[in-house]
Design a protein around this ligand. Structure first.
Ligand SMILES: Nc1ncnc2c1ncn2[C@@H]1O[C@H](COP(=O)(O)OP(=O)(O)OP(=O)(O)O)[C@@H](O)[C@H]1O
Length: 312
């Protein structure tokens, strides 16, 4: 479940590692290459934006997020997880965070959205010039922070379209904009369904209930498309996706990118980074970012594992 869920407790989410399907056959690899070529073409054309047009940007990119020496512990046990994270994100950039299981990647983004499981013990986070750590989770969402969870939660009894409509209207209310009724909202959401290549019947099902892993991930990106974001934080959106779904999800994310918004994505795999080209790749180790570079880091990682990165 994404961040823009004012009526839901974060506690309802679970964060399990998910299965990732590698393109084993020649046919799958060819399919990926085709997808990759089409994505490169699409990335070079103007795209739909949740808030700003790509053509409006002039001058050098503004600072969007500045994280300095951020430390955090688990609220209940006081166990330290983040141990001095530093990261700067400018408008229009794509940052990928990689790292071994348990290194603190998900915790980092959850802390940024104000997840109550964690307590900040040091450092600062500035978002659009404001002290992010002073903002309530809902204020962060209204200010354009979005997080898609690694394992989206199911909400029995609430249809997907009603949920999206409610979340969208809740955001519009906070922004002082008129709410959209069901018919208007359907008109708004229909092209976004196309963007994520999602079946229309998933709108009438209960949120994520019985959805396949891939359908849940598409649904997360649909939420991003509906709500818009200045900083979209995507936690392993590639996990559990088949080749076609990965291509669709990557296309949708690229389709939502502009020169004004940014993406912070967590991934374990080079494959996603070949579709959504990162400006920087960061390696997280034991609660800190220990290395930053370009896609070559991910290539070394894919070939030789984390030992090669640590020793570099
Ligand atoms: N709410 C929590 N309660 C207990 N332990 C937690 C909690 N949140 C995080 N941790 C622990 O903190 C460490 C970092 O977890 P985190 O989910 O941030 O890792 P990650 O780098 O995202 O891992 P993965 O690649 O496996 O998803 C892990 O050891 C995890 O068990």
């Amino acid at each position: 479940m994404a961040l823009f869920t004012p009526n839901l407790s974060f506690k309802t989410a679970t964060f399990n590692s998910s299965l990732f399907i590698l393109p084993a056959t020649r046919h799958q690899r060819l399919r990926l290459n085709r997808c990759s070529r089409s994505l490169k073409l699409r990335a070079s054309v103007a795209v739909e934006s949740p808030s700003t047009s790509a053509t409006e940007h002039v001058g050098s990119p503004e600072l969007l997020l500045e994280v300095k020496d951020l430390s955090a512990v688990i609220s209940e046990s006081k166990q330290p997880i983040l141990k001095g994270v530093n990261l700067t994100v400018r408008e229009g950039e794509v940052h990928a965070v990689m790292g071994k299981n348990g290194s603190g990647k998900s915790t980092f983004v959850k802390v940024l959205v104000g997840h109550p499981d964690y307590e900040i013990t040091g450092g600062s986070v500035t978002y659009k010039g404001q002290d992010l750590l002073e903002m309530e989770p809902e204020e962060r969402a209204v200010a354009g922070l979005f997080m898609s969870f690694q394992s989206p939660v199911e909400i029995p009894g609430v249809s997907n379209i009603d949920f999206l409509n409610m979340a969208y209207n809740s955001r519009r209310r906070k922004l002082g904009q008129p709410e959209l009724g069901p018919i208007e909202f359907y008109g708004y959401i229909a092209p976004k369904l196309e963007l994520v290549n999602m079946k229309v019947d998933l709108l009438n099902r209960n949120v994520n209930e019985g959805f396949s892993g891939g359908e849940k991930k598409r649904n997360e990106i649909l939420q991003l498309a509906v709500l818009g974001a200045d900083l979209a934080m995507l936690d392993e959106i590639d996990s559990g996706l088949d080749v076609d779904a990965l291509c669709d999800v990557a296309k949708a994310v690229n389709g939502l990118r502009t020169s004004k918004n940014s993406v912070l994505m967590i991934t374990h795999y080079l494959r996603l980074l070949e579709f959504i080209t990162p400006t920087y790749i960061h390696i997280m180790e034991n609660g800190r970012i220990v290395k930053t570079g370009d896609i070559s880091i991910a290539k070394v990682l894919e070939k030789e594992g984390y030992k090669a990165i640590s020793d570099a």
